[in-house]
Design a protein around this ligand. Structure first.
Ligand code: SAM
Length: 194
């Protein structure tokens, strides 16, 4: 297959920029699939900081990590507070927005204000050439508002600082996710918008 779905593209972009020994962030740990992928990439010398506001998600993530759990720091807090926990530079971060699949409470969803606050913070602590991937679901209640706020935010990032792309399959039924990816083009700590 030449055209890949969204999640494999996100992983490919991250794989191109994250090296063994790097520090990375899983902003939405959920069931831990991306945390495990990142833990595998960074190796024994690297570190994954994984955030979730649901304790249930972090417990599932820890189980999912198995013997790679020592490479991850699991944080029961909002990704908006990432700067309180992550020291040094990161080379990549992944977001998988929306609600936790099979959750007891699917009304717990990512929100525009915390997602954008986290993006601002992560862009500031990311190395030049680092990548942030954001898998966006807009089919659930609140999803369309988050999509619109995010598209507005990423479209206004200064083009000299950040390149923003959108990747999506156009002819799929049932609201498939689309991907946003942000590449940091130069060193900065504060995000500029236009
Ligand atoms: N990447 C996950 C995986 O591999 O299974 C799926 C993530 S799920 C679609 C979204 C997760 O984001 C949920 O577990 C939810 O609790 C979490 N979440 C919602 N708001 C958050 C916030 N402000 N900070 C961190 N996590 C949040």
């Amino acid at each position: 297959m030449l055209l890949h779905r969204v999640l494999p593209i996100a992983k490919r972009l991250i794989t191109e920029r994250v090296q063994p020994g790097d520090t990375v962030v899983d902003a939405t740990a959920g069931n831990g699939n991306d945390t495990l992928f990142l833990a595998d990439l960074v190796g024994d010398e690297g570190r994954v900081f994984a955030f979730d506001i649901q304790q249930q998600a972090l417990e599932t993530t820890e189980q999912h990590l198995g013997e790679l759990a020592s490479r991850a720091t699991l944080i029961h807090d909002s990704h908006a507070n990432v700067r309180q926990y992550v020291e040094g530079e990161i080379s990549g971060a992944m977001f998988n927005l929306g609600y936790l699949p099979y959750s007891e409470d699917p009304s717990i969803i990512t929100t525009p204000s915390s997602t954008i606050a986290a993006l601002d913070a992560l862009l500031g602590i990311m190395k030049k050439s680092g990548i942030i991937t954001i898998t966006v679901y807009d089919g659930h209640e609140g999803g369309a508002e988050e999509r619109d706020a995010l598209l507005d935010y990423v479209s206004k990032l200064h083009q000299g600082d950040v390149h923003a792309i959108r990747y999506e399959l156009l002819n799929q039924r049932r609201n498939p996710p689309f991907l946003l990816a942000l590449e940091k083009m130069k060193d900065f700590t504060d995000v500029r918008t236009v």
